[in-house]
Design a protein around this ligand. Structure first.
Ligand code: MN
Length: 719
């Protein structure tokens, strides 16, 4: 087991620890030992060995003092009685935040399905982590868990290894921490493909001696050749890591014997200039393999990696891979993101923090950021600000723009799921359909075959996919409705004149006039009439010679003259200039005769009548508003809803209902419920002839003893 003092000694190589830092690290150690005491790892070792080893790895990654302390404490909140509050009071906000971050990542659901969605899951981790140190500490944690994986059951081994292979090794690669990446890859390979791993290790073991001898000989020759050019770089010979060899065999379909560039040399120079000089010397000594030279100094890799790569035919006729770089480039290659960090007294330098995020954004290659305010946003904490990652109940990961709602989510699954959404559960709780989803949410959509998209959904959905699909549905539906309406208008118009529209249609008389009306077919004709583009009257005149239209009686003629001024629909509303229009009353304001009203031409549904002051009218297209009036002869009835607040005492309800009936107002529905303050609230759906009748009855109810207030309610929908 690594000792705390060894770790502290290691830190001294790159951090200048103050006494306070050392005290804090020791305090974390003592605390961790206390809360983990009695716990054992599956290996049988005391649990404390794990946080200690993890902290050792963190030190090797060259992270800051806070990360070191977090390493010691990283499992306390998850696995012991320690709480976040306690950590914060003892070690401060920053440490509590980091420990919480590592704990949260550990709790993200990983299912085998993630394999396909690994990239999204990695982003999810970054979004959850909010601070890149959390990710690095988690990598250290995972590395030690992988090193000790043999003590777990085969099931757990497979699961953890595949998660490591799919998620953590690529993340480590992206972050450029080479030594962690190769170790994670080798360890996952060992558990995921034990047979291949065993075979390959045996093959490598057999060759190892020969390779080592080979490396030594080649090294001597390299040193000699390079000294002819007055160059003396530091030379290290190494073998490709086992998974690297396996990958090569797979990718190029090679047998083990035919993998040539297993041996690689790394030449570390003192300056950039020497890198290219060394390359020249190498190429002058051995024949380079065409197409294998890569200048990652001039064109660094996405993760910041810089180096010159070449492959030459070596002194024994074998291929040798050679990497040439400066000491600084080497640090980046080994420690990745952390090598960019600058420390001031054990803490990240303020300016350093800025660089970390800037570098990170580039490393992750998600976006080129030019705008400095975007950098600032990144520094503030949110690594990914513009998307949320949510799960389906089956564990599928969905990436949605920020502000996305369950409806966006539903449409991202399937158009039909979107169209039929009735309810949404987020993390098991019922939420409204316009609820904004958060990263990590599990979203379940309840569908119903009776449900269909609602125009209101357009107000809150954010994905263009959902918007388009909702609009498409509404458009199709409007067309269907308009077609039906258009057809019935035609039939009614012809019937008024004693004509059978369908019979005329069959004879072909209608089709004959369509080109003149610039209409394609009968369906289009219904639509044009339904939408009000063509009047049924014009159609009638074109189709039937005027002498064949039934002569109208005198009475009808007079009525018609009146109708040309105002046309009254069945609903009791006069509409200028429109003939045979369907009308309906808007539920939002439910106008009553006696109130000022305005009509709104809805596609396919005729004209909707609103109160002139209805707020809904503010949202509609002015061009589609038309003036309408009540027909004074109208003797129909209209619904209204009244809200009565009264004291909750016996008999009061019957007094109220008596008042309704003595005003000759019928109640169609009533609902009473008690409030917590000794009051009762009654909702009455009534039927009245006009506004004055409603006002009269409200006045009478106000006089009933015990009634506190009476109001007319705007919206009339099912109670
Ligand atoms: Mn751990």
């Amino acid at each position: 087991m690594i000792r705390l003092n060894d770790i502290i000694d290691n830190l001294d190589h790159y951090l200048h620890l103050s006494e306070k830092d050392v005290d804090m690290i020791k305090k974390a150690y003592v605390y961790s030992a206390k809360v983990h005491s009695g716990q054992k790892r599956s290996s049988g070792e005391p649990y404390l060995s794990h946080p200690l080893e993890v902290t050792g790895i963190i030190a090797k990654m060259k992270l800051d003092v806070s990360s070191i302390i977090t390493g010691l404490l990283h499992d306390t909140v998850e696995d012991t009685l320690a709480t976040s509050e306690e950590i914060e009071s003892m070690f401060g906000k920053e440490i509590a935040f980091l420990v919480e971050g590592v704990t949260k990542i550990g709790q993200l659901p990983y299912t085998s399905k993630i394999e396909r969605q690994a990239e999204g899951f990695r982003k999810l981790i970054l979004a959850t982590a909010k601070d890149i140190r959390v990710v690095l500490i988690k990598l250290a944690d995972r590395l030690h868990n992988m090193r000790t994986l043999e003590h777990l059951s085969p099931d757990k081994q497979k699961r953890i290894a595949s998660e490591t292979f799919d998620i953590y090794a690529p993340m480590s690669h992206r972050l450029g921490i080479n030594w962690v990446t190769t170790e994670l890859e080798d360890l996952s390979f060992r558990y995921l493909n034990p047979d291949a791993y065993k075979t390959l290790s045996k093959q490598i073991a057999k060759k190892r001696k020969a390779w080592e001898a080979h490396v030594e000989e080649a090294k001597v020759i390299l040193i000699e050749k390079l000294s002819e050019f007055d160059l003396s770089p530091e030379i290290a010979g190494r073998f490709k890591h086992i998974y690297g060899i396996y990958r090569k065999m797979q990718e190029q379909n090679l047998e083990f014997e035919n993998v040539y560039d297993v041996i690689a040399f790394r030449l570390i120079t003192n300056s950039l200039k020497e890198c290219y000089e060394t390359l020249g010397a190498v190429h002058a000594s051995w024949k380079p393999v065409p197409g294998r030279f890569k200048d990652y100094i001039a064109l660094p890799k996405g993760n910041g990696y810089q180096s010159l790569h070449t492959t030459v035919i070596g002194p024994f006729g074998e291929r040798m891979e050679i990497q040439i770089r400066t000491r600084a480039m080497h640090e980046v290659a080994e420690s990745g993101v952390a090598s960019h960090w600058k420390y001031k007294e054990g803490k990240l330098d303020g300016s350093g923090t800025y660089e970390i995020y800037a570098t990170l954004r580039q490393l992750l290659e998600w976006k080129d950021i030019q705008d400095p305010t975007e950098y600032m946003e990144a520094i503030k904490g949110e690594l990914i600000a513009d998307v949320v990652y949510v799960f389906t109940p089956k564990g599928d990961l969905k990436e949605l723009p920020i502000g996305a709602t369950p409806i966006d989510f539903a449409y991202s699954i399937h158009t039909e799921v979107g169209n039929k959404s009735t309810r949404a559960n987020v993390n098991g709780k019922l939420v409204p359909l316009n609820h904004q989803l958060k990263t990590g949410d599990t979203v379940e959509i309840v569908t119903s075959k009776d449900q269909h998209p609602n125009r209101d959904w357009l107000k809150f959905v954010v994905t263009s996919g959902a918007k388009t699909k909702i609009r498409n549905w509404l458009r199709t539906e409007e067309r269907k409705q308009s077609e039906i309406v258009g057809k019935s208008i035609c039939e009614r118009k012809f019937k008024q004149h004693g004509l059978d529209f369908q019979a005329i249609l069959k004879k072909g008389d209608i089709s004959n006039v369509l080109p003149e009306l610039k209409i394609k077919d009968i369906k289009d004709l219904y639509l044009a009439i339904g939408f009000g583009k063509i009047s049924a009257n014009d159609l009638l005149k074109k189709v039937v010679p005027s002498e064949n239209i039934d002569a109208e009686s005198n009475k009808e003629r007079i009525e018609k003259i009146i109708k040309t001024i105002t046309s009254s629909s069945d609903g009791g509303v006069l509409i200028r200039g429109y003939d045979d229009v369907m009308i309906r009353f808007a539920n939002c304001c439910s106008p009553l005769p006696g109130e000022d009203i305005i009509g709104y031409i809805t596609r396919g549904k005729g004209i909707t009548i609103h109160r002139h002051d209805c707020p809904k009218l503010l949202e509609v297209d002015l061009a589609r508003r038309i003036d309408v009036e009540w027909d004074s002869k109208f003797k129909g009835s209209r619904p209204a809803r009244i809200l009565v607040t009264c004291t909750d005492k016996p008999g009061i309800l019957s007094s109220i209902t008596n008042t309704f009936s003595s005003s000759e107002v019928n109640i169609s529905k009533a609902e009473i419920h008690s409030t917590d303050v000794e009051d009762a609230i009654g909702t009455f759906d009534v039927v009245v002839t006009d506004l004055s009748q409603l006002e009269d009855v409200i006045k009478s109810i106000k006089k009933v003893k015990g009634v506190k207030s009476v109001e007319r309610m705007q919206e009339i929908e099912a109670i």
